[in-house]
Every structure is written in structure tokens, then in C-alpha cells.
Design a protein around this ligand. Structure first.
Ligand SMILES: O=C[C@H](O)[C@@H](O)[C@H](O)CC(=O)O
Length: 272
């Protein structure tokens, strides 16, 4: 199995709290991006101190309260299943703060981390404030919820989006990369993909590859899997009959999403 593919681990942390994915610290081969998925049973709590990291708490499913200092954001979340395709609520929490999530219902949250040293205000990113973007044509149509895009100055290094790709379509396509710290030509952003499938037994094909093919991994990502993108192009293909969801976390030395398409496939974009 590719070293870039991470299967759900489901580690019980405490009563009612299960760590589905923990891609942080030693087990993380990324320098900028960290990622966790946590399942919370109704009434349970999960919290942490953010030393030198900022975090975007994305309420994937269910309802939660989020507390940071004197701030309490209650009954966050808009959906019981990501495939309701409604934007959801998120909370941005900056470095050196302590937050706590309480599950109002059974819930699944994504914790998206990146380095931060200039403490910024805690911010509720309401579902109804999310920019919904329709990209692509022919068979590369996809819908993007821009949760923390680089146009939003609320974070220091973190970028978070979620993407829906319908049956028979491709996304992150034509293949593009953002692995050069060379602005204004290209930015260097590591990336993670948290995948879900509808129906659940579905899968997508994801390739992660570089121009010189020194990295060239093609993976089958199933429901709940995470794919790590340290560098290179990273297209996703969705088989007929299934809908793909993924949550992207990106971060690097500069908080700018400036990518370049694989020249071999640039023609895809230029069709009428
Ligand atoms: O670089 C960003 C990620 O590859 C996805 O967020 C991608 O841009 C989504 C898409 O436009 O298909």
C-alpha cells in the first residue's frame, strides 16, 4: 500500500472519543500540515492546547459546541452526512490558545493544523458565509466549499476547502501542483485529502506524481481514507455511480494557493 495512503485507525482516546485519524507529530511526514478526524459521542468532550499551531475545527457531521476562552459557539454543524452537500460550520483557533469541543449530538469533526506564531482572533466561520464555487466543464466538474481560502485573512498559514465530485467526473484535474516556493510563479503547499464516498463502498483513484516521476503513486482511496500530498500533481477520478467528497488542508511557507497545471494536460482547460 502506498506510504501516502492512510487508513482510518479508530483509536479510542477516552469514553465517547475516538481518534479516526491522527496525522500529526512523529507519524506525520509533513512539515506544515497536520490533520485529525475525531468521532465524538453525544455529551463527550475533546480539547487541546495549541502550541505554535493554528487549527480549523470543521464540523463534518452532527452538532457541537466549541469553547475557546470566553468564546462559546453553540450548536455548530448543519448536516448529519457530508453528502447532504450543505456547507458546514467551522471555527478557527490560533496558536497558544486552548479549545474544547463538546458533542451536542454524535458528531465527527476534522481538525486542520498548520504552523502559527502570530496569535489571531478566534473566528466562527458560519456555513452561510461559505463561498460555493462550481469549477470545471465536460467531465471535470466539481463543487468547492471555500472554508478558509487564501482570500480570507483569518489564518496565518492554513487553507481549508471541501470538494464534491459527481459520478464519472475528475477533480484536482487537469493535474496541478503547488510544490515550489517560488511566488509569484508557484507556491509551496503541502496537502492532505480526507475522502468520503457515497455510497460508502465506493472508491476513487488518486495519483500523486512529479514531473520526473521520482514520485508516482496511484492509489485506491476508500471511504474515510486520507491521502498525503507532500509534492507533485494529485488528480482524483470518480467511478461511475459514486459521489466523492474530500476535505483538503493545505499549508506552506506562504499562505497563497498558486498552482500550475501539468503542461501535458493543460489543453483540457483550453477546450471551448
Ligand atoms: O490544490 C487544491 C486541491 O487540489 C483541491 O482543492 C482542488 O483544487 C479541488 C479542485 O479544484 O478540483
Amino acid at each position: 500500500m502506498s506510504h501516502l495512503l492512510k487508513k482510518p485507525q479508530h483509536v479510542v482516546k477516552s469514553e465517547g472519543v475516538t481518534i479516526v485519524h491522527d496525522i500529526t507529530g512523529e507519524q506525520n511526514n509533513l512539515e506544515y500540515v497536520g490533520f485529525k478526524v475525531v468521532d465524538l459521542e453525544k455529551g463527550s468532550f475533546y480539547g487541546e492546547q495549541l502550541n505554535g499551531l493554528e487549527c480549523c475545527i470543521v464540523v463534518l457531521t452532527g452538532r457541537v459546541d466549541v469553547k475557546e476562552g470566553e468564546e462559546i459557539f453553540e450548536n455548530l454543524g448543519t448536516r448529519d452526512n457530508v453528502f447532504e452537500q450543505k456547507p458546514t460550520d467551522s471555527v478557527y483557533v490560533s496558536n497558544d490558545r486552548i479549545y474544547e469541543v463538546k458533542a451536542v449530538t454524535d458528531a465527527r469533526v476534522a481538525l486542520c493544523y498548520s504552523p502559527s506564531s502570530e496569535q489571531l482572533p478566534t473566528k466562527l466561520i458560519k456555513a452561510d458565509s461559505i463561498d460555493v464555487e462550481h469549477r470545471g466543464k465536460y467531465n471535470n466538474k466539481r463543487k468547492v466549499h471555500n472554508i478558509l481560502p487564501d482570500s480570507d485573512p483569518s489564518a496565518n498559514s492554513l487553507l481549508v476547502v471541501e470538494v464534491y465530485t459527481e459520478s464519472g467526473n475528475w477533480s484536482s484535474y487537469p493535474p496541478h501542483k503547488h510544490d515550489q516556493d517560488n511566488l509569484p510563479e508557484e507556491s509551496f503547499l503541502e496537502e492532505t485529502y480526507y475522502h468520503e464516498m457515497d455510497p460508502q463502498q465506493g472508491f476513487v483513484f488518486q495519483r500523486v506524481y512529479t514531473d520526473d516521476r521520482s514520485l508516482d503513486e496511484t492509489m485506491t482511496a476508500e471511504n474515510g481514507d486520507v491521502v498525503i500530498v507532500p509534492k507533485g500533481y494529485h488528480p482524483v477520478g470518480v467511478p461511475d455511480g459514486y459521489t466523492s467528497y474530500y476535505l483538503n488542508v493545505m499549508a506552506g511557507p506562504v499562505r497563497k494557493w498558486k498552482f500550475n497545471n501539468d503542461e501535458d494536460h493543460e489543453w483540457i482547460v483550453n477546450r471551448d
